[in-house]
Design a protein around this ligand. Structure first.
Ligand code: FAD
Length: 368
């Protein structure tokens, strides 16, 4: 049986970047995926500044012909709107298929081997079995997405999935009207607008209703529907679920999970891709040091802000009174929204928000 230093199950963004990071630590890496590239997936396609920085640290730059830089985020509801810039940084939006091909190309250049069309059927403490071969590993990375089998096989699964919601995404041929990503809020749903390169915008609706598609959701957003009126759809609508899933542990023995396999945050935060890029670096360091505990600790730290943001945004999404007041407060106090975005984009630590500031926020919130 052939022995490989690092086997990655799942060749989505998380698995490929994990393999690139492993190669940069001098480890041999093979990625197995049941599908063939370039792989598409329903996604808002925004990469936050910290995600772009993690890619940069791994030598992966996002070319201007396919990556649209966005400078911040705007929240809009029926009456109010608030926007803020990322402090000293930019986010990027890249079509999923282009991002996938770009990552595959980088990985091949870095010396990563791929086995496309290889579904992993089983793992044990020594080896991975596909329909075609059995490969033994030193380290096994489960990067097989939110319904990870590796997580189950390794005994790392947790039944606790909170706040399951559904997202449907498509693209419209229209010149982006803004250089910020927009989250439009209405009763029971949000629409996420991502400006894209090549006169296109990405449109994603998120709600608890699996039957709420873009066409129906746009009826709740007349101003937005007006902007998209007459624009051709450039991709077919695709949907997936999104949830908050926090795992007590992401490593066991010589197995580690990354990306959606290692837990998820709600898509409205736009954190999913960035999280996996950030996780790849400490995971590779941990394998090189023979100490997966290093990765476990780093994973917990990296997930803290996205988990908090998920909780806050789900609270807003689930209660019209809270949502309206919050957006009104952000509009009236732009500095507050800028601080929240600085935490979201990780240019300011969550711990910098003190008890007095939280009390002040509560007071302003009630008086708004
Ligand atoms: C509606 C929606 C909008 C989103 N918007 C954003 C956004 O704007 N920004 C953002 O950062 N994130 C967003 N996300 C989250 C983001 O899409 C995910 O976090 C990201 O795709 C996770 O990548 P991954 O590589 O972990 O998993 P995946 O992309 O799911 O890749 C997993 C791979 O594993 C392979 N695989 C699975 N099982 C096996 C097996 N047994 N054998 C071999 N291969 C296997 C699959 O074929 C797949 O290629 C959104 C999610 C949704 C649902």
């Amino acid at each position: 049986m052939k022995r490989i230093e690092v086997i990655v199950v799942g060749g989505g963004p998380a698995g490929i970047v994990a393999a690139i990071a492993a190669r940069r630590q001098g480890l041999q890496a093979i990625v197995l995926d049941s599908r063939n590239p370039p792989i598409d997936k329903p996604c808002g396609e925004g990469i936050l500044p910290q995600g772009a920085a993690a890619l940069g640290a791994l030598g992966i730059s996002l070319p201007t012909d396919c990556a649209f830089p966005f400078r911040g985020i705007r929240f809009v509801d029926e009456e109010h709107s608030a926007s803020a810039d990322f402090t000293g940084a930019t986010g990027f939006s890249v079509r999923r298929v282009k991002l996938h091909q770009l990552l595959v190309n980088h990985a091949i250049e870095a010396g990563v081997e791929f086995r496309w069309g290889s579904r992993v059927m089983q793992i044990d403490q020594e080896a991975v079995t596909t329909a075609k071969e059995k490969l033994s590993y030193r380290w096994l990375i489960g990067a097989d997405g939110q319904n990870s089998q590796v997580r189950k096989w390794a005994g790392l699964d947790s039944r606790t999935v909170r706040s399951k919601r559904f997202g449907f995404c498509s693209h419209f041929q229209v010149k982006p009207w803004s250089d910020v990503a927009e989250v439009h809020w209405a009763r029971g749903c949000q629409i996420f607008i991502t400006p894209m390169a090549g006169r296109e915008v990405g449109v994603a609706v998120l709600s608890r209703d699996p039957g709420l598609r873009l066409e129906g959701a746009l009826l709740r957003f007349p101003a937005l529907a007006e902007k998209l009126r007459g624009a051709a759809l450039t991709t077919r609508e695709m949907g997936d679920s999104t949830s908050l899933r926090i795992l007590p542990a992401v490593t066991r023995g010589r197995v580690a999970l990354i990306g959606d396999a290692s837990g998820t945050v709600d898509a409205v935060t736009g954190h999913g891709l960035s999280l996996s890029f950030q996780q790849a670096i400490p995971l590779a360091e941990a394998m090189e040091r023979d100490d997966l505990a290093h990765y476990q600790q780093a994973h917990k730290k990296i997930s803290a802000v996205p988990i908090t943001m998920t909780r806050l945004m789900l609270l807003m999404g689930g209660n019209d009174w809270i949502r309206r007041r919050t957006i009104r407060l952000f509009q009236k106090t732009p500095g507050l929204f800028a601080r929240m975005l600085a935490i979201h984009g990780e240019s300011m630590p969550l711990s910098s928000v003190g008890v007095a500031e939280i009390a002040g926020f509560g007071w302003k919130f009630l008086r708004t």
